[in-house]
Design a binder for this molecule. Structure first.
Ligand code: NDP
Ligand code: 2IT
Length: 448
């Protein structure tokens, strides 16, 4: 079956899963050449196998709210591929979670994890539970109930979940406690745990910091650096605020952050004190808009951050947050680099606009791999029952991000179509990640 035929089959089978189909198409258009030149890939039906999850575990989660009412949510774990290691990937708690979203995230995770060079397969999970407006007790009861359903399908060498949207250190720690309680086993079954009982230093910062390290490598290719650059960040969560923090540390001026309600613009730029305030504010689910009473700036209700002139855009909120119109706005506002902190934040049309205008572009599966990479380091620390220092782990994170950058850049160069003015990181990352997973499947024969 050709790649096109596989896509057609998926479109027929899953017409109601647009995010998943979008993610598959994005990979397919970039791997066509290597796929056609390796007869094994066709013989072993590699693309068909990599686009159908090994299994999807789907379950009901009953929990009790503070008023004593029983609430019912849906939970999933998409175990996409363990070709390269135990299933690995985050859990998302957000009302928009469904099978399409989790399949797109799990599919991308296969290639992202492959790019880290660490032994991790691809998975994703979560629930349509909405943590907003819930008390700490409700969050705890939900996390306990969620893992009570999932615990028998995960394990330190089987499937190792972590955080994603709506799931951070607090939630992972509750889930870890329930797993430990049910199994009587203290193991590295989840990553992103609290530091002090198995969690790794720098895991919280790793995705945002890693994205900025990736950006530094891109800039270095063009003999440039972050000093004095103007940066637009979207989102105000874990990835956004740590990306902003690292960019500021490296001399950039960050002008915006945002959330689902609107955009906060500070023409003076954020500093560490302002970032710390934003972290506190978001941790309590309080409005970003309150910032202007304390620090000035402007709050743009219902708007996105791409209307400002800057050099670099870091979309770090959620999938498809940047459409073709937003991408054109970036181009018009002289953005030269777009680095995806979020997973698939650009629509396919937005990517086309960015690339047509020769904006340097790094896809999420390469640029935001720092989070899962440090999760991999947490797994190995848990296995040998030792902790590494912040400095040591930060160096490892930088090294992994440089390797991902260089692997993607060299694959891009090897398979470049013409004399492109920008490194094609999208093609390079997809090819480098795909080859690792695909070659393992060929070696395994018929089994996954
Ligand atoms: P958080 O829950 O910490 O923050 C999410 C942020 O994005 C919030 O500011 C939220 O605003 C905003 N957001 C979420 N959904 C929407 C929406 N539909 N429209 C506008 N804004 C929205 O999540 P993370 O920072 O962990 O994750 C952000 C992105 O990074 C996701 O794509 C995730 O998959 C990806 N990622 C995360 C990693 C990690 O280690 N955490 C690793 C790699 C990728 P509000 O508070 O108003 O909802
Ligand atoms: O999208 C991602 O890479 C994550 N949410 C992190 C996954 C992990 O296992 O640390």
């Amino acid at each position: 079956m050709s790649l096109q035929q596989v896509i057609q089959k998926l479109e027929d089978l899953y017409p109601h899963q647009p995010e998943f189909i979008q993610a598959v198409k994005e990979v397919a258009i970039t791997i066509e050449d290597i796929y056609d030149n390796n007869t094994n890939y066709n013989t072993y039906k590699i693309f068909e196998r990599l686009t159908e999850p090994d299994r999807i575990i789907s379950f009901r989660v009953n929990w009790e709210d503070d008023a004593g009412n029983i609430q019912v949510n849906r939970g999933w774990r998409v175990q996409f591929s363990n070709a390269l290691g135990p299933y690995k990937g985050g859990l998302r708690f957000h009302p928009t979670v469904n099978e399409s979203v989790l399949k797109f995230l799990g599919f991308e995770q296969i290639f992202k994890n492959a790019l880290t060079g660490l032994p991790m397969g691809g998975a994703k999970g979560g629930s349509d539970f909405d943590p907003k407006g819930k008390s700490d007790n409700e969050i705890r009861r939900f996390c306990y109930a969620f893992i009570r359903e999932l615990y028998q399908y995960i394990g330190k060498d089987l499937d190792v979940p972590a955080g994603d949207i709506g799931v951070g250190g607090r939630e992972v720690s509750y889930m870890f406690a329930m797993y430990k309680n049910l199994t009587h086993e203290y193991s590295g079954v989840l990553t992103g745990k609290g530091v002090g009982f198995g969690g790794s230093l720098i895991r919280t910062e790793a995705t945002g910091y890693g994205a900025v390290y990736f950006l530094e490598n891109m800039l270095a290719v063009n003999n440039d650096n972050l000093q004095g650059k103007k940066v637009l960040v979207s989102g105000a969560g874990n990835v956004s605020l740590h990306a902003a923090e690292k960019a500021i540390m490296l001399g950039a001026t960050v002008l915006t952050v945002s959330d689902s309600k609107g955009t906060l613009h500070d023409a003076q730029g954020f500093d560490q004190q302002k970032i710390d305030w934003l972290k506190e504010q978001k941790a309590c689910h309080k409005p970003l808009a309150e910032y202007i009473e304390k620090f000035g700036g402007e709050w743009l209700e219902g708007q996105k951050p791409w209307q400002f002139k800057a050099d670099i855009a870091l979309p770090c909120a959620t999938q498809n947050e940047v459409d073709a119109t937003n991408a054109q706005q970036m181009v018009d506002n002289s953005i030269k680099y777009v680095v995806e902190g979020a997973n698939m934040p650009l629509t396919a049309e937005a990517i086309d606009v960015i690339r047509e205008h020769h904006v340097h572009y790094a896809p999420g599966k390469a640029a935001n791999a720092g989070g899962v990479a440090v999760s991999g380091l947490e797994m190995s620390q848990n296995s040998v029952r030792q902790y590494r220092s912040f400095e040591e782990l930060d160096e490892q994170l930088k090294c992994i991000m440089r390797n991902i950058h260089d692997d993607a850049a060299s694959a891009a160069q090897q398979y470049a179509k013409g004399d492109e003015p920008c490194v094609d990181y999208m093609t390079g990352a997809n090819i480098a990640g795909f080859k690792r997973a695909a070659d393992a499947l060929v070696a395994y024969g018929v089994l996954n």
